[in-house]
Design a protein around this ligand. Structure first.
Ligand code: PEP
Length: 245
């Protein structure tokens, strides 16, 4: 039975008052919740860990090195030291804004694993790649180059996030989501063997909202969601969590 996960990515949103959303989330969780993860901005990691009840905390990025002359960066051991347990790596906004390559994403995922964190490794095609029929080729290449050589269900989560669906309100059809998630599952099974490949949780991300979450979660090989905008308010995130429970 794969772990169901509802992960919220607050991106560069939120100062201390936003932490009250964690209280509202904790108060509204269903009786048997999926694993709920909130990834706030880095300055909120420590207070979020202190405050969160029944909710795991993750960071949004980490450096590849454990320490060193990298002004402004945060290492995986530093994130682990806050008490956080997850870290998003390879989000398309990082790939675009900071020129992160698949090799860099893989190195970050490896650094996360080495620090005892579970990386949420993001992959996804652009609109032009989708329109020219390259989606599965792009996803296959990103998977091959972004994932560490060794993974397990405990130390890696994969998130499929079509770039054109992030923050746009545009969502792929369930058939399109199914096609990519089935493909990712098959690629994982080929590379890591049937047991590991079948056990790793696959999240869908891109404009998941309370009104479309249930249909997305019915798709085979969708084990949860990475949610941006709709994770900022407990009132939006809770119905998504409930749809997965
Ligand atoms: C994201 O940032 O990973 C994301 C999926 O954003 P949104 O849900 O706002 O599209």
């Amino acid at each position: 039975m794969r772990q169901k996960i509802a992960a919220g990515n607050w991106k560069m949103n939120g100062t201390a008052p936003a932490l009250t959303e964690l209280d509202a989330l904790a108060a509204g969780l269903p009786a048997t919740p999926p694993l709920v993860i909130v990834c706030p901005p880095a300055p909120l990691l420590i207070p979020a860990v202190d405050r969160a009840s029944g909710i795991a905390i993750g960071a949004q990025d980490c450096h590849t090195a454990p320490s060193g002359a990298h002004t402004g960066d945060i290492s995986a051991p530093m994130i682990a030291d806050t008490g956080a347990s997850f870290v998003i790596v390879g989000h398309s906004e990082r790939r675009e804004d900071h020129g992160e390559t698949d090799a860099a994403v893989r190195a970050k995922a490896e650094a996360a694993q080495a620090a005892g964190l579970c990386p949420i490794v993001c992959i996804g095609e652009s609109l032009s790649q989708r329109e020219t029929g390259e989606t599965l080729h792009v996803i296959g290449a990103q998977l091959a180059a972004s994932l560490p050589e060794t993974i397990s269900a405990e130390n890696t989560v994969v998130a499929y996030e079509p770039i054109w669906a992030i923050g746009t309100g545009k969502v792929p059809s369930v058939a399109q989501i199914a096609e990519v998630h089935d493909f990712i599952r098959a690629e994982l099974e080929n590379r890591y063997g049937p047991d590991v490949g079948a056990a790793v949780s696959l999240l869908y991300g891109g404009s998941v909202k309370p009104d479309n979450a249930a249909a997305i979660f019915e798709v085979d090989n969708v084990d949860g969601a990475l949610v941006g905008g709709a994770s900022l308010k407990a009132g939006d995130f809770l119905p998504i969590i409930a749809a997965l429970a």
